[in-house]
Design a binder for this molecule. Structure first.
Ligand SMILES: Nc1ncnc2c1ncn2[C@@H]1O[C@H](COP(=O)(O)OP(=O)(O)OP(=O)(O)O)[C@@H](O)[C@H]1O
Ligand SMILES: [Mg+2]
Length: 246
């Protein structure tokens, strides 16, 4: 048999589906903003009359979740814009070690609250060409995943290394790991592994990371052994002719 598939049609269908999702995500935001604003206004009334302490707890929960939904929609729209090359990138020289130290300082209390140790390993002393804000968000996303998928008592290490004209940022954990079946799909939008808890997350974080790294001329990859842990590697071009200052 020879099987011939009309891939041009499939690409067309994929494009339409993406446009449709973009419109839907965009249109979700207006009513959500109103809901969020209304909930915040009620929250400002505070406990006492007409709200009981229990009412306030319910409201806090609703506010938190409407904000989370808004963040997820924003993440989806940004990922799609990055993939389409429609989001401006502010590339500049980034002192990778300095940025990693800042991120680790910010995330360390979160890790500690989960009973995890978050540490800095080897440093590369290199300047990468990157959008500092996008790189910060991509790295933070990967660290937050490591926190989420590493049981209490575990360790997360962040290090950087030079590699033939590139800077590598590595985030290693000794958590649950990822099954070989899930590994090829983790960077796809709305893809979550079997280790993800139902109702927690949408599977957008790593899709955003991949889109951000590609938009900066880099990439992201993962290696993992189920039950032992994972290593995520973010690669960026070195800013040529520049040495990072200590
Ligand atoms: N450090 C890690 N250890 C084990 N599994 C991981 C790790 N990082 C990612 N994964 C797997 O990859 C999947 C996709 O990750 P991604 O960040 O895109 O989604 P998520 O964290 O489940 O949800 P969201 O990021 O939208 O809140 C996860 O559901 C999980 O199965
Ligand atoms: Mg995630």
């Amino acid at each position: 048999f020879i099987i011939i598939e009309d891939v041009s049609d499939q690409a067309e269908v994929g494009r339409h589906r993406d446009e449709w999702r973009m419109m839907l995500a965009h249109d979700f935001r207006a009513p959500l903003t109103i809901m969020h604003g209304t909930l915040r206004a009620m929250q400002d009334l505070g406990a006492g009359h007409p709200l009981s302490a229990d009412d306030c707890d319910l409201l806090d929960n609703a506010v938190r979740n409407s904000r989370r939904l808004d963040d997820l929609i924003e993440l989806f729209l940004e990922t799609t814009r990055l993939e389409d090359g429609a989001m401006p990138i502010q590339a500049t020289g980034v002192n990778v070690d300095l940025l990693l130290r800042e991120i680790v300082r910010e995330e360390a209390p979160v890790a500690k609250a989960h009973g995890l140790k978050l540490t800095i390993g080897a440093a590369s002393a290199l300047t990468a060409r990157a959008d500092p804000e996008l790189l910060r968000r991509a790295t933070t996303n990967v660290i937050e995943n490591a926190v989420k998928f590493t049981p209490s008592g575990g360790t997360i290490t962040v290090d950087s290394a030079p590699d033939f004209g590139s800077v590598l940022i590595r985030i290693s954990d000794n958590g649950t790991g990822i099954s070989p079946r899930d590994l090829p799909r983790i960077f796809d939008r709305f893809s979550q592994g079997e280790n993800a808890r139902r109702g927690h997350g949408l599977g957008l974080g790593l899709a955003f990371c991949r889109a951000a790294m590609n938009a900066m001329g880099g990439d992201i990859s993962a290696e993992s052994e189920e039950g032992s842990g994972s290593v995520f590697t973010l690669r960026l071009p070195v800013m040529s002719g520049v040495e990072a200052k200590p």
